[in-house]
Design a binder for this molecule. Sequence first.
Ligand code: PBG
Length: 320
Amino acid sequence: MRPRRLRRTPALRRMVAETHVVPSSLVLPVFIREGLAEPHPISSMPGVVQHSRDSLKRAVAEAAELGLGGVMLFGIPEHKDATGSGALDPAGVLNLAITDVVAEVGDQLTVMSDLCLDEFTDHGHCGLLTPDGEVDNDQTLAAYAEMALAQAAAGVDMVGPSGMMDGQVAVVRKALDDAGHSHVSVLAYSAKYASAFFGPFREAVDSSLVGDRRTYQQDPANALEGVREVLLDVAEGADLVMVKPALPYLDVVRRVRDAVDVPVAAYNVSGEYAMLEAAAANGWIDREAAILETLTSIRRAGADVILTYWASEAARLLRA
Ligand code: PBG
């Protein structure tokens, strides 16, 4: 055998490629900040911005034109408070953005929204706090149920509960069904790790987290626990499950892909983006090749869907 024979020409390599990155499997996460007249750059994520209402419409129109699978919306309210009340307000920044995006591209893209309180709370935690500062699982679930209803009323296709509260998928599914929104699907952030790679996201959503998230997000040491979380979410009614971050957890992506028969997503997070961009800016790495290799490796590990800040750019590169 001479394996090199199948690597001899570009056409041969293309023909026998086992893995393909296609625009329709990519989801672009976008940030919208209340009260912005112009898009505002995020310094730790060069090329990514907090959108104004207008620039958001342009970004999602471009995403649709490029044939992406969807967009995931994150809102940054002008005023944060202890309970994250902006998340439940029908006129809150995220709910208005959902309506805008559905009007703009709802017939071409899957419109998804982050379902979590951390962008809306002044303490930066994903849930409500008890008087002694613990994240209160079951009180938070009630808030998530209301948040899901606000997002469904705004017209969202798919909600993404990302707070790692126990039972969140079941509560969101039931709230949606009871209110006549059984068509709204749930992308469960199932195996979400307490990761240093979320660092730049904190700047992206203007979050000043007090403490850390290790009592609710998973320990990076645990892969079996990731599978357990995924199985629970599938049993609770998740339509898709997600592993997050992606690159440091490709083994978890593979285990999850082998364990369930629902689509598996992986989130190529802010810190993964920032690392590669920083190396490329220094001339230490071939940026475009590294982006495509990154996305290919996440697909190869078993992800059907990838959330990535490079989604639109990757679609352009794939087209070229
Ligand atoms: C929670 C949420 C986070 C991210 C997506 N949803 C932050 C966190 O859990 O700490 C991180 C995404 C990224 O880093 O790109 N609302």
